[in-house]
Write a protein that binds this ligand. Sequence first.
Ligand code: ZN
Length: 410
Amino acid sequence: MRSWPEVYLPPAPANIKAPELKLLDSYKGSLVPVNQRVVTSYVCGITPYDATHLGHAATYLTFDLIHRYLLARGQELLFAENITDIDDPLLERANRDKVDWQTLATSQIDLFVGDMTALHVIPPKYYRGVIESMDLIDEFIQTCQSNSLSYFVDRDLYLDLSKVEEFPGNLPMPLADAIALFKERGGDPERSGKRHPLDPLLWRAHRENEPQWESSAGAGRPGWHIECTAIALRSLPRGEHTSITLQGGGSDLIFPHHYMTALQAKALTKVDFATAYVHAGMIGLDGEKMSKSKGNLVFVSKLLASGVRASAIRVALMLEHYQSDRMWDEELLTTANQIINRLEFNLARNEVAPTLSVIQDIVEALSNNLDTPKVLKLLGQWCERTESGVAGGSTGELSRALDTYLGIVL
Ligand code: ZN
């Protein structure tokens, strides 16, 4: 799959001391240092049927801040992202709207790529669709079968979780809650013939009116979690202690998707999957979670078409911490525009308050699990000092740093 255009990152000021990045791991509940020389990052991509709403934007902009920080600090980044271009929700939407599923997917992938380009998101080095990855997914399906990690129910292949050492000891919640959530998020805990309610589907046998591919488990299509396990393990080079460094996405992926992805990877490689599992909070609208089913999605493309600047969307999503679930409203955009206008106004002055010290403080705030509310507060204080006549800074230096670390291009 063709990724979007590269983003130019101005070099960080030479005398900035950037601490190692620490990110909160959703399963461990503690901060994990990301200090590897080469960082491999796998961020779960979209299912292309409703790209790109603000929930997506919040997730991808969060990982963009992480990637920018690592690159500015001189760490090497290998970033992979998938596109779930065949899955139940895509087929259901295409059926409902009486459109061809491939036409729907192609149009939404184009829209997503356009939105990511407009938001100056650093593109993945490996951007892979599921359809183009069937061979490598089949490789993992075969390994599951030959290692007796799987079983059939009718013609559908499931992973046998009882063969996985870590399960159920590492479940992030009580079993009953996990089963309920598994069902809510597309799982089939009640299907008779399954050995455990949480056993995930590896391969779904062909059904009438559904697309199909050949595999060692017969004709059909892959289950959701094995797609990401295979694409991540085959796109990124294995690390020293874990297969990859970062596994990321929205917090609705903590369970079951990322849990199952990691469990499958461990069962197949015998190595822990990721060093850190990082998740962005959910974005709601008018007091409700933003979701396809509620039909209350706010699309990035519509905001941009109505004249909203990409930097305003970025700043609006930085006003609260990336991990908090938050509401979107017009007021956020108004506040973001005020911040941007004030920065622009001050950066146009001949004399500005010292800039290197504020950049140093911003870098330290980012290193602490991306404390963006603090970053915006620091920028507000710099504006105040500049407005009160303090001098000694360089406008170019701060403008470049806003671009490098925050993706804000004024
Ligand atoms: Zn995924």
